[in-house]
Design a protein around this ligand. Structure first.
Ligand SMILES: Cc1cc2nc3c(=O)[nH]c(=O)nc-3n(C[C@H](O)[C@H](O)[C@H](O)COP(=O)(O)OP(=O)(O)OC[C@H]3O[C@@H](n4cnc5c(N)ncnc54)[C@H](O)[C@@H]3O)c2cc1C
Length: 402
């Protein structure tokens, strides 16, 4: 990758690596031990330092205070920050805020940007994205019951959502709701609407207990009832009926972000596996690393990580060059294959650690639990495999419906 790494990017990555070593790794073990709100003052101190270093919100264009990096370069940043559970949050490029920031920059009106984007960019508030509903298959979100009905200058939103990540304590939600139920194209029926979380009728029912998550604050996945929730029609993002088109735009970059974050986790787990294998003595003079099984784990993991990283950066470069629509195959390929590389590498690392791998004394157990969702959110493996196959089969004259 060195050919494509500019001096500017290398400088940024070096400074981020140094900060991760000095400030983030020392607190990372707390991720599985302390609740989010308990840890928040410490995280805010780190966030302030990142701002002072000029590395804050690196994913956004320079005019919005970011580093203005192409997606392929930002992917490299995500790998460095993804090496530790709080890296992204400390640099303000975590999901779902990063996606919401991107949408507000591209779709927000001046008033929406003033009210919602600016405090989000400043790290003064958090946000969430509310699309999935318990009653319907989230992998085909076009089937949706939540509605937003006109009443004068307002939308009245009614519906039931769950897995609205980070809703607990968020300042606002971007809600997907059906506004155009009669549109012929099912992808033109829903819209994205900004809903402040203190609006009457925005009712957080519970933070769902999810494996690997602290269950509160940024780490919450919430069930929400929208009960006659009224917001001004000026809170619509983009055009009515454009909800899915906007979601697609957001998901393309989001998948690169997630996949490169996973590469950071893979590298950490790989380093831990090698370290343990080299130092654990099966008997005096016989390290675990002398066994061929371990050689296979090391070689297979190295090959899988290198391959996945190249595929992800290739997809990111294609999005930079030709846009997300042109990179649909590449995006789906990396989403399922990188998620599976992550699980293979984590599983080998746990196995190499034996009982220690099962404890919370290392981050491996946190990642195994926390990252199981990687094969489900932003499209389950099976959906992406099917999409890739259908797109490829078009070249063979076959148009299969989804
Ligand atoms: C950690 C986490 C965070 C999330 N955060 C958010 C969020 O912030 N906002 C939000 O709106 N949603 C969020 N979600 C929800 C997520 O988008 C959905 O879980 C996902 O789209 C799958 O939908 P579902 O859970 O309803 O599964 P279903 O659609 O019921 O699918 C269940 C399973 O069926 C299989 N399957 C589905 N379709 C096909 C197919 N076409 N072919 C073959 N097999 C198939 C897959 O194995 C899939 O896992 C989150 C989920 C998780 C796990």
């Amino acid at each position: 990758m060195s050919d494509r790494t500019s001096n500017r990017l290398e400088g940024i990555l070096d400074r981020m690596r140094a900060f991760m070593e000095s400030d983030v790794y020392p607190i990372e073990q707390l991720a599985s031990q302390k609740a989010f709100f308990e840890l928040l003052p410490t995280l805010q101190e780190k966030r302030q330092k990142v701002k002072e270093m000029g590395l804050w919100t690196p994913q956004v264009p320079k005019e919005w205070g970011g580093l203005g990096l192409p997606l392929a370069d930002f992917g490299r940043v995500m790998e460095v920050l993804g090496r530790s559970p709080y890296g992204l949050f400390i640099f303000n490029c975590n999901a779902p805020d990063a996606g919401n920031i991107e949408v507000l920059i591209s779709q927000g009106t001046k008033e929406q940007q003033q009210r919602f984007l600016k405090p989000l960019l400043a790290g003064e508030i958090r946000s969430c994205f509310s699309m999935t509903e318990p009653e319907h298959a989230g992998s085909n979100p076009v089937v949706m019951s939540t509605t937003a009905v006109h009443d004068g200058d307002e939308y009245v939103i009614s519906g039931h959502k769950w897995f609205t990540s980070a809703a607990d304590g968020a300042g606002f939600a971007i809600v997907m709701a059906v506004t155009n139920p009669d549109a012929e194209n099912p992808y033109a029926r829903a819209s994205q609407i900004l809903v402040p979380t203190d609006t009457p009728g925005f009712n957080l029912v519970r933070n769902i207990s999810v494996m690997g998550e602290p269950g509160e604050g940024w780490g919450s996945h919430s069930e929400i009832l929208y009960e006659g929730c009224r917001v001004p029609r000026a809170n619509l993002l983009g055009q009515e009926g454009a909800g899915f088109a906007i979601a697609q735009e957001r998901l393309a970059a989001g998948r690169i972000h997630h996949c490169m974050r996973w590469m950071g986790i893979c590298e950490r787990a790989f380093e831990m596996m090698c370290e343990r294998a080299a130092t654990r003595q099966l008997k005096p003079g016989v390290p675990l690393a002398s066994k061929q099984t371990i050689h296979n784990w090391i070689a297979e993991s190295r090959a899988e990580i290198n391959g996945a990283r190249l595929m992800i950066l290739d997809a990111a470069a294609k999005i930079d060059r030709e846009g997300a629509e042109a990179a649909r195959v590449e995006i789906s390929l990396i989403k399922f294959s990188a998620a599976n590389v992550l699980h293979h590498v984590l599983d080998r690392a746990v196995q190499a650690h034996g009982a220690l791998g099962m404890t919370d004394d290392t981050l491996l157990s946190h990642w195994v639990r926390h990252e199981r969702g990687a094969r489900i959110y932003d499209g389950p493996d099976e959906v992406h495999k099917s999409r890739v196959a259908r797109l490829i089969l078009r070249d063979y004259g076959l148009r299969l419906s989804s």
